[in-house]
Design a protein around this ligand. Structure first.
Ligand SMILES: O=P(O)(O)OC[C@H]1O[C@H](OP(=O)(O)OP(=O)(O)O)[C@H](O)[C@@H]1O
Ligand SMILES: [Mg+2]
Length: 165
């Protein structure tokens, strides 16, 4: 496993704030969204926050898996697609939500299913940006975002090492 150069750890508080900021941006777009399609699993958390803020009650999932070990992206698997009802009109008025876009490959696969939908992610890396209509924070391509649901509390070595005792 090769670790990425830079780390961007995100706490639950920070994620809640950033997902709410995404909702504010989407509200500012003047959009009336008829449904959310969230890209599992990472998109489930921001989708819960955005649907509460924007009063959207029709929530669909598209189940995509690609990363198996940190920065190694493997084969893309669509485990569950989107309902025919939401795909009608090319997804006009539908909001697609994910936690982030990295290379943009996941976003491209889902966009192809709903070409007229609006794609929103909380975080974006430069390669994925062209796939995203609305996002909150950009981080560099060589940064790995650590989400709070993947983390736990651990002891931190002091910056000046060797002074634990
Ligand atoms: O822009 P890309 O390079 O395609 O990467 C972004 C995708 O990778 C992660 O999902 P992952 O496939 O790891 O599954 P998960 O959401 O179940 O963790 C993340 O949640 C995005 O969906
Ligand atoms: Mg994902």
């Amino acid at each position: 496993m090769s670790l990425p150069e830079k780390a961007f750890p995100v706490s639950w508080d920070q994620f809640h704030r950033d997902a709410r900021a995404l909702a504010w941006r989407l509200a500012g777009n003047g959009g009336e969204w008829k449904a959310i399609v969230c890209i599992t699993r990472g998109g489930l958390v921001p989708a819960a926050i955005v649907c509460r803020e924007l009063n959207i009650r029709l929530i669909e999932t598209v189940c995509v898996a690609s990363y198996h070990d940190y920065d190694a992206q493997g084969q893309m698997y669509v485990l569950k697609g989107i309902s025919e009802e939401l795909k009608a009109d090319g997804g006009e008025g539908v909001l697609i939500i994910d936690d982030l876009t990295d290379t943009g490959k996941t976003a491209a696969v889902v966009r192809a299913m709903l070409p007229k939908a609006h794609f929103a992610a909380v975080y974006a890396k430069p390669k994925g940006r062209p796939q995203v209509d609305t996002f909150v924070t950009e981080v560099s391509q060589d940064t790995w975002i650590y989400f709070p649901w993947d983390m736990g509390f651990t002891y931190q070595e002091p910056i000046a090492k060797g002074s634990r005792g």
